[in-house]
Design a protein around this ligand. Structure first.
Ligand code: SAM
Length: 321
């Protein structure tokens, strides 16, 4: 059984303008929650291409959408979404894509399965790979046990935004010389003991675990590539919608969307200060229109129903040329 409650289920579908017979892509199929909504919108004459890099998710989706796969309404593909251009070509979908969605990060199923090694709350092997095939040999265990201290500190600081990154890296290296890390709870305990105080409500190892996961799966590079290549394969009038869960991801979505909409990253657009001629020239050539100036955020009710939605942000861009 694959347990994952989709975040912004209705909101993302409402922003897509999909109709019967359309083609759309779910880049992070996971448990298939959003895909099911997409399938309902495009009906029996439409096609949904579902991508996930995790074999366990793909096995689950294979059985969940068995009938739709047989009926050729649903195409299932195990791959990373940065390969979207190649995938679209492979399935001959190049000219019709009306919507692309991505609900990035890990699923509740991945987090809650101790054997996958994502969680500091259970004891499992230090793995954290979304794709556990031989193509991706670098697990969290290799990062923690083999990388030089300075690199470890950089990873924890950059991808975890952890102010005590150097202190944690030093403690990890000291401990691994005696006894290498094997399990998630072992690492979580060491990180907790390395911190000078623990006054936050969050578990002290949250930021370190986030950093390792992002590094192991190259999550930020994946996201940047998806926005650029995903947008390029959309049909005119098509929409790209991304749900992100932390500030590092949202910064990338915001920056890339602004580039596609012809807005320099730091350009402040206001009705009181019209764009200069130079800015207008760039703006008029642009391919994208940002659908809402601010991201969609969860309501209190959504957070109560699904605490994972707490930090979620949804941004949407439309291809206008
Ligand atoms: C938050 S879950 C998506 C849940 C899904 N929207 C649902 O309603 O069930 C994220 C999923 O995206 C997959 N994923 C994350 N990064 C990926 C990437 N770069 N390429 C392909 N799949 C990815 C993960 O394996 C995970 O199954």
């Amino acid at each position: 059984m694959f347990i994952h409650k989709s975040v912004f289920y209705q909101k993302i579908l409402d922003h897509l303008k999909l109709k019967e017979g359309d083609v759309a892509i779910d880049c992070t199929c996971g448990g298939g929650g959003h895909s099911l909504g997409l399938l309902e919108l495009v009906g029996s004459s439409g096609i949904i291409l579902g991508i996930d890099r995790d074999q366990e998710a793909v096995n689950w989706l294979q059985s969940r959408f068995n009938q739709q796969i047989k009926d050729k309404n649903f195409i299932l593909c195990q791959d990373k979404f940065s390969n979207i251009k190649k995938i679209v070509k492979k399935y001959n979908l190049t000219s019709d894509i009306k919507a692309i969605i991505a609900d990035v990060g890990v699923s509740s199923h991945q987090l809650d399965t101790a054997q996958r090694g994502f969680s500091f709350q259970t004891s499992g092997p230090l793995d954290m790979r979304m794709d556990q095939s031989a193509n991706y040999p670098l697990s969290a265990s290799s990062v923690v046990n083999d990388l030089p201290e300075a690199d470890l500190a950089e990873i924890i600081k950059t991808f975890g935004e952890e102010p005590f990154a150097r202190r944690i890296a030093k403690a990890i290296v000291k401990r691994r010389q005696i006894n290498p890390f094997v399990t998630t709870d072992d690492l979580a305990k060491l990180v907790t003991s390395a911190l000078p105080y623990k006054k936050s409500k969050k578990h002290p190892a949250t930021k370190t675990f986030q950093a390792l996961r992002i590094f192991v799966n190259k999550e930020l590079e994946e996201l940047e590539c998806l926005i650029q290549d995903g947008f390029s394969v959309l049909a005119k009038g098509g929409r790209l919608a991304i749900i992100s869960f932390h500030s590092l991801e949202d910064k990338i979505v915001k920056k890339e969307f602004r580039k596609l909409a012809g807005l320099q990253t730091n350009t402040h657009v206001s009705k009181y200060f019209p764009l200069t001629d130079k800015q207008l020239k760039v703006y008029n050539k642009t391919e994208g229109k940002i659908i809402r100036p601010f991201p969609v955020k969860p309501t209190d009710e959504e957070i109560n129903e699904n605490p994972r939605a707490r930090s979620a942000k949804l941004r949407i861009i439309e291809k206008i040329i």
